[in-house]
Write a protein that binds this ligand. Sequence first.
Ligand code: G
Ligand code: G
Ligand code: MN
Ligand code: NA
Length: 253
Amino acid sequence: LSLRTDLQRALQEHEFRLQYQPLVRLDTGETAGVEALIRWHNPARGLVSPVDFIPIAEESGLIVELGQWVLETSAAQVAAWRRTHPDLTLNVNVSGHQLVHPRFAANVTRALAVAGLPSGAVTLELTESVLMSDPDAAVASLASLRELGVQLSIDDFGTGYSSLAYLRELPVDELKIDRAFIARAELTGEDLALVRTIVELGHILGLRVVAEGIENAAQLEALRRLGCSYGQGYHLCRPSNPADIPQVLARRS
Ligand code: G
Ligand code: G
Ligand code: MN
Ligand code: NA
C-alpha cells in the first residue's frame, strides 16, 4: 500500500493520535499552553513521524481533512482541560496548504465553536518558509484569520528567509525561535548573542517570544536571563499523551 492511500485509510480507521507539549512561562515555570503534535500509530508501519507523512498528506490534499481533525480534537481537549485550568492556551501547527484553502477561516471557526473554545485561546503556528513563499498573500490570509480572534505564530523562526521589512508587516503575535539556535550548544558566546538578538527583535516588534528545543538546565537558565518569556523543550517536558497532561499542569518547571 502506498503511504498516500494508507493515510486516507488511517484517518478513517482512527490511527492518528495527538500528543501535547507544554509552552512554559520562563519566569514562573508554569505551563501557559500546549502545542498539539500529531502522531500516526500504524499496526504494520509502527510509529510514523509527521516529518514523513505530513509532506505526503500535503501533496495529496489530505492535509486539509487531517488538519481539521487536529484542530477539532485539540480544541475539544483543551476546552476540557480549561475547566480546571481556565487560562490554558492551545497552539496548532498549520500547513501552508490549509492556509490558502478558501474555507480555512470558516473551518477554524466551526472547530472552535463545536469545541466551545474561545478563539483568543488559540494560536495557529505557520512556518517562516510558508509565510515568506508569498508574503503578500500571507499578510491577507493572516489578517482575515486574526479577525476571528485567533493568534498567529511564526514557527521555526530563523531557518527561513524572513526579510525584516516583511516581519514588520506580518500580522502575528508570537515568534518561535527554531531549536537549531537553542540546542546547538551550551548557549554561550556567539550562539547566546544570536539568541539574545532574536529575543530583542521579537520584543521590539511587540511579539511573544518562545524558545524551542530547550534540552538542558544551562540553556534554560541562559534564556531566563535573556528575558525570553516562554520556552519549550525536552528539559521542560516532552510531548506527552493527553492522560499525562493534568499532572504536568499541576507542577512548575
Ligand atoms: O512532533 P515532531 O517533532 O515529530 O514533529 C515533526 C514536525 O511535524 C514538526 O515540524 C511539526 O511542526 C510537524 N507537525 C506536528 N504535528 C503537526 C500537525 O498537526 N500539523 C502539521 N501541519 N504539522 C505538524
Ligand atoms: O516544527 P515544530 O517546532 O512544530 O516541531 C516541534 C517538534 O520538535 C515537536 O514535535 C517535538 O517532537 C520536537 N521537540 C520538542 N522539544 C524538543 C527538544 O527539546 N529537542 C528536540 N530535538 N526536539 C524537540
Ligand atoms: Mn510548531
Ligand atoms: Na518549530
